[in-house]
Ligand binder design. Structure first.
Ligand SMILES: [Zn+2]
Length: 431
């Protein structure tokens, strides 16, 4: 057994040393990805980059699927069938090709889409979030291909669109039935193995069945007026107060290891209401953002909100007859002003997580950190689809979305080695 294992491992050791020796090629691949201008918003600009990745994968004998999620924003999924698919574990590597927007007034030293290396740091939009992760995983695939290694298990690579604007690039992959025994989202995690809480946005609408003129206000608020009517704006204040009570209750009663208490917030982000100063406000809409913990689902927390606001409304004589309406989520912050990032819980004892921990520890010779991301990624869609998953990628969140976004070359190399080792190990693991 020992002897067999080391003979299996021997080609891997050679490949790992190549990551170091060929780091210029790895950095050049990342720079190539950064030069594709793929900020979202405005989005609809990833076609060229996605074609590049599609042909990169095709050259490595992947079967490639490419389809428009939106015009100008295609998803790419490449599958390299294993030599013994039915007996060995399959893997999805997932990352988003879009990057955070760059506004004109940001004081970048240089064009953010012309990357450069200085003092061991690559600078450019998206190096940390998350073209570094994509480049490292693609380079690992290239090294395996060049060494003529075909894994026994299936390997799927997904390059998706729209993550920065809450679009369902990864959800579309799951809906099309692409699946595996384990998935790794190579998004910004500073090489921690992470789960995440979730986010869902929603609109709460208070609406009057009738529209009243401004002059009728005295009759709906004073003794003897005899008119049952209300300002939707004033009634929304009760809804807002109810949300605050629930938010505080959650902060007091719920917790999750790795998060500061009260991370589960309900943010009243945008309010729109009323039509004109000559009328009583007949409609008011509140746009909220809800953060919840990894062990909760968006279905669960939205139910809690609807239930609590339902009680608030039933204690109000007008809201009782005109109950608030809820619309949850959405498929894009650009298209329909809504998004969902499901939560992801990482099971530290899942064989996939254990293999990732092992790969990290082989390369670093120190203990891997398994914790939770303070932000959200597409990882939740895998959890939602019942595919065990973890987030693991280079770069840190202080660089993500930042001016002069940087990524250490050293960390990019380390990441590439770990993911290479992990792909190799997991693809050689029996089902
Ligand atoms: Zn990201």
């Amino acid at each position: 057994m020992e002897g067999r294992l080391s003979s299996v491992k021997e080609p891997l050791q050679r490949l790992l040393s190549q990551v170091e020796a060929r780091q210029d090629e790895l950095v050049a691949l990342l720079e190539r990805l950064v030069r594709f201008k793929t900020p979202a918003p405005p989005a609809r600009n990833t076609e060229e980059a996605q074609r590049f990745i599609a042909s990169f994968l095709q050259e490595k004998d992947f079967e490639v699927h490419m389809w428009d999620v939106y015009p100008g924003d295609p998803n790419v999924v490449g599958i390299r069938k294993g030599a013994a698919s039915d007996q060995y574990k399959s893997l999805i590597l997932n990352g988003h090709i879009d990057v955070a927007e760059v506004s004109d007034d940001e004081p970048w030293e240089q064009d953010p889409f012309i990357p450069f290396v200085r003092d061991g740091v690559i600078v450019g939009r998206g190096v940390s979030d998350m073209k570094g992760g994509l480049a490292g995983a693609l380079f690992a695939i290239q090294l395996l291909h060049e060494a003529g290694i075909r894994l026994p298990g299936d390997l799927t690579f997904q390059s998706v669109i729209g993550e920065e604007v809450g679009e369902a690039g990864t959800l579309e992959c799951c809906k099309r039935g692409f699946t595996a025994d384990f998935a790794v989202v190579v998004d910004t995690s500073d090489l921690h193995i992470q789960g995440q809480g979730g986010v869902i946005t929603g609109w709460i609408t208070v609406k009057s069945r009738q529209t009243f003129h401004d002059a009728t206000r005295k009759r709906m608020i004073h003794a003897g007026g005899g008119l049952l009517g209300a300002s939707a704006i004033e009634k929304m204040m009760k809804v807002q107060q109810g949300l605050q009570e629930l938010e505080r209750h959650w902060a007091v009663m719920k917790s999750y290891p790795g998060y500061a208490p009260g991370t589960n917030t309900i943010n009243p982000a945008v309010i729109e209401g009323g039509r004109h100063a000559a009328f009583i406000a007949d409609e008011c809409r509140l746009w909220i953002t809800v953060h919840f913990y990894p062990n909760e689902t968006y279905e669960q927390v939205t139910r809690e909100i609807e239930e609590h606001i339902g009680y608030v409304a039933s204690a109000d004589l007008w809201l009782r007859e005109n109950p608030p309406q809820f619309e949850w989520g959405g498929s894009s912050m650009i298209e329909d002003r809504g998004e969902i990032f499901p939560s992801l819980e990482v099971d530290p004892d899942h064989p996939g997580t254990r293999a990732l921990i092992h790969a990290h520890e082989e390369i670093f010779k120190e203990q891997a950190v398994v914790d939770v991301s303070p932000t959200v990624t597409d990882g939740g869609w895998f959890g939602d689809a019942g595919i065990p998953a973890a987030i693991y990628g280079p770069g840190n969140l202080s660089n993500a979305h930042a001016v002069n976004e940087g990524l250490s070359v050293e960390q990019l190399i380390q990441f590439t080695k770990v993911i290479l080792q992990f792909i190799y190990d997991w693809g050689h693991t029996r089902k």
